[in-house]
Ligand binder design. Structure first.
Ligand SMILES: [Zn+2]
Ligand SMILES: [Zn+2]
Length: 442
């Protein structure tokens, strides 16, 4: 990994040095004099000029070289690495973008570890490059010929998916993007049912709490065993990652799990999704605090308290009501089609299964706790305020209003103030449509 890209080479023309430092003038002069030099490579690693330009983030140089018809965007060095892999490795996002635009193939494997550019971006934690590669995979020929989710879960020579590498290398942002893009949280390096390590095993070893948090929130199973029969908890202990071990201890409270298999969750609009994700992480953080304190406390599910809420005449409520389930947060999410409102945390608790079971993706669709009708869509509550000041005021008040009954959902609530869910969202644009056949009408 990470071959030196310095040009200790027989470089009579200073070509590679000029490429490395982005000296367009010299490069143009040299190539005008001898066009065949564009095919020249460094002596040992066999980097082309395009490799060197991409790895050093010399975007203008990359663009100039790609205009040359004899430059192949997928040229290979000694280790069969493409310029795109090197750009992804070094986090050169503009070069990644340019290379992809120029038709660079995202589905190439190096000869070192059988890794793709997606592996490189994940391993080195370059989340912007990772996001760009994932986005291009959605639209490129790869999606057609290979399938998008197959690409996201692509294995290297040792069976590691990009998610494995991101988890091992402590790259929580990459872990999140990959999971959000359909990476299998329980993928095993063994493959095809053979025992191997899951991303959670590698995160336990890497010792990143953020990675473990993300993986657990997406339903990673703490009881999976690797080829040596160890659960992630044992690996965290072995590597002396104590706090990680506490979260991974199968006897500590189960985290809430992002209910991605629910169709209306996967089709949420960005505002609603951001709210719910934030709520999920906050609830889990509260849970973590208790776990780390060493108590066996488990948070009551707000969905069980709906009986107390049914009497409230919420249909007449104005748009900024206190949530009638927890009496702590303001309503931020509206259930469609019935129009009942809840806070994000209660919505989430309603949709989440405390016992993650990623193998059975058949979650039953949750129903509205107020009227028991099926939830077809979730939208962000539209708040009718005119000025930003009023809006701010509105959302800074829940603590003061916290009067009636308080549950333990509460403490992480303050950061909701910073979210812009108060912005007026057009009701039609905020909707997420759900095909009728996906709802079991009672
Ligand atoms: Zn609530
Ligand atoms: Zn309802």
């Amino acid at each position: 990994m990470g071959q030196g890209l310095s040009c200790r080479i027989r470089d009579d023309h200073g070509l590679f040095t000029a490429v490395q430092f982005g000296d367009l003038e010299i490069v143009e002069t040299v190539l005008n004099r001898d066009p065949s030099l564009v095919k020249q490579t460094t002596v040992y690693d066999r980097h082309s000029a395009l490799h060197i330009a991409a790895a050093n983030g010399q975007i203008e140089m990359v663009s100039m070289l790609l205009e040359n018809p004899s430059v192949n965007p997928d040229c290979l060095n000694r280790h069969k690495q493409t310029p795109l892999m090197l750009a992804a490795m070094h986090g050169k996002i503009t070069c990644v973008e340019k290379l992809i635009q120029a038709g660079a193939n995202i589905l190439m494997f190096d000869s070192l570890n059988g890794r793709t550019c997606l592996h490189y971006a994940a391993y080195y934690g370059n989340s912007d490059c990772l996001q760009m590669i994932v986005s291009s995979a959605r639209t490129s020929h790869v999606a057609v010929s290979w399938g998008f989710s197959r690409f996201v879960n692509i294995r290297d020579g040792k069976g590691a998916t990009p998610l494995h590498l991101a988890a091992r290398q402590r790259r929580p942002e990459c872990v999140h993007i990959l999971l959000d893009s359909g990476a299998l949280v329980c993928a095993s390096t063994g493959g095809y049912g053979l025992p191997g390590s899951t991303p959670l095993h590698l995160a336990a070893r890497g010792g990143s709490m953020d990675c473990i948090r993300e993986l657990l929130a997406w339903g990673a199973d703490r009881l999976n065993r690797d080829a040596s029969g160890r659960i992630p908890y044992a690996i965290a202990l072995k590597h002396k990652n104590g706090a990680c071990a506490a979260l991974l201890n199968p006897s500590s409270a189960e985290p809430l799990v992002w209910p991605s298999p629910l169709k209306f969750i996967s089709e949420l609009n960005q505002d609603a999704k951001a709210l719910l994700e934030q709520a999920l992480m906050e609830v889990n953080r509260e849970r973590e605090k208790t776990i780390l304190k060493g108590t066996g406390y488990s948070m009551p599910s707000p969905s069980h308290s709906d009986a107390t809420a049914t009497d409230d005449n919420i249909s007449e409520a104005s748009d900024s009501q206190l949530c009638c389930i927890c009496f702590d947060q303001l309503c931020a999410i509206e259930v469609q089609d019935c129009g009942h409102q809840m806070c994000a945390q209660c919505t989430l608790a309603l949709c989440c299964h405390n016992k993650p079971n990623p193998t059975t993706a058949s979650l039953t669709a949750p129903i509205c706790p107020f009227c028991r009708s099926n939830i077809a869509r979730l939208t962000v509550v539209k708040v009718k305020v005119n000025t930003a000041d009023q809006e701010l005021d509105l959302y800074s008040s829940p603590k003061q209003r916290k009067s009636r009954k308080s549950q333990n959902l509460s403490e992480g609530s303050s950061s909701f103030r910073g979210l812009s869910f108060g912005k007026v969202v057009g009701r039609s644009s905020g909707r997420v449509s759900l095909d009728n056949e996906c709802i079991d009408k009672p």
